[in-house]
Design a protein around this ligand. Structure first.
Ligand SMILES: [Zn+2]
Length: 381
């Protein structure tokens, strides 16, 4: 199961040279097309080795994909390809370190391969970010259900039933009495939303888990009004459905697109905030400014595009990153070529306790929200 814990485990893997293979491969939905995957994977792996150093003519740290690692990937594809239809699978292989992982991801991502000293994790972050765990509350006047969706699995966390006044005798009451019963039902409804809201508040405590509400229009509004501020902040959106006929599979089918829209909206909001926020905001936009910010440990949240790589250089002595060939801008020693500066910046930001958001159709090469102001001037990069 893919989650941040799995990513942290992979982040601890480190080889003395660029010998760790990372391959992201989309397995088509149509099983007939499985046959062509081995050739695709082989080509991606060959290109990755070239990209990681060989083509830049650097003697030091020339990257390679070991024969055993390539064969392990192809064997896994032949054995399990049919189990992964419609998913991108992430492979991490390094025989020297005893590493082999094949992780089917919850969504499709661009194909990519890299050979570095560590597993290439930017696409993994995108996958976890786009398919987060979430909660669903389904409510009408009498029933409520709270479900949790974790790693694509739906589980009912709580079910609650309020019967309201007995319906026997209901028909014989008129006038004021009937009015009172009506009021009683409405009050019960309010209590009931409050109870459901309390369950949700409890469930939301301890983490920012997005919440989707499903049901009839008035029930959604009623439950939303009853939510305490913290749970309301987690509200991602709603869908209309008849609560009585909703199955767990149906819940996911209706709630997944709501969560998908919410994730995309948050990406856009974060990008807008950094690029077009108020003057004087703590932000860096573009490669030189972000390299300087990462170098100084100033990044609170790094925003990276989900596609593309920016080749550059990293210094093993002082850790400085640079887009320019030549000596390290920090200490002057020879810097080692790296296939993707964005990945290096992601790793550095996470090491420093910052956060990373992968943005689709990003209006920048890279951007960041900062903890304190940093000027790129004089840093030479
Ligand atoms: Zn240096």
């Amino acid at each position: 199961m893919l989650g941040y814990a799995e990513i942290e485990k992979l982040r601890r893997v480190c080889a003395p040279g660029p010998v760790v293979l990372s391959l992201y491969l989309a397995v088509p939905l149509d099983p007939v097309r499985i046959g062509g995957l081995a050739a695709e994977a082989t080509e991606l792996m060959a290109n990755a080795a070239g990209l990681a150093g060989g083509s830049q003519g650097e003697e030091r740290g020339a990257a390679r994909v070991g024969h055993a690692d390539r064969e392990a990937v192809l064997d896994a594809l032949a054995a399990h390809g049919r189990d992964w239809l419609g998913h991108t699978v992430a492979f991490f292989a390094c025989r020297e370190l005893g590493l082999f992982e094949a992780l089917p991801l919850p969504c499709l991502l661009p194909d990519r391969a890299a050979v570095m000293s560590r597993p290439y994790i930017r696409p993994l972050l995108a996958a976890v970010q786009r398919c987060p765990d979430y909660r669903v509350a389904i409510a009408d006047r009498e029933h409520a259900r709270v479900l949790s969706v974790r790693c694509g699995q739906v589980e009912t966390m709580a079910t609650q039933v309020d019967r309201g006044p007995r319906s026997s005798g209901f028909g014989g009451w008129y006038g004021l009495q009937a009015h009172r019963i009506q009021r009683r039902i409405i009050e019960l409804g309010r209590h009931h939303y409050r109870d459901t809201a309390a369950i949700l508040a409890q469930a939301a405590a301890g983490g920012h888990v997005p919440l989707v509400i499903g049901g009839h229009r008035d029930s959604i509004a009623g439950l939303l009004r009853a939510l305490p501020p913290a749970a309301r902040e987690a509200f991602a959106g709603s869908f209309h459905a008849d609560p009585h006929t909703l199955t767990e599979a149906g819940v996911r089918e209706l709630a997944d697109p709501v969560i998908g829209d919410w994730v995309a909206r948050r990406e856009r909001e974060l990008a807008d905030e950094v690029v077009a926020g108020p003057p004087g905001r703590l932000a860096a936009v573009g490669l030189p400014a972000c390299l300087a910010a990462v170098d100084r440990g100033a990044v609170d949240r790094l925003l990276v595009p989900d596609d593309g790589m920016i080749p550059g250089f990293a210094c093993d002595r002082c850790g400085a990153l640079s887009a320019v060939r030549g000596g390290c801008p920090g200490c002057g020693t020879a810097a080692r070529p790296v296939p993707d500066l964005l990945e290096e910046m992601v790793q550095r930001t996470l090491d420093d306790g910052g956060q990373v958001t992968v943005v689709r159709d990003a209006p920048f090469s890279v951007a960041a929200k900062l903890r304190f102001p940093v000027t790129a001037e004089g840093s030479g990069r």
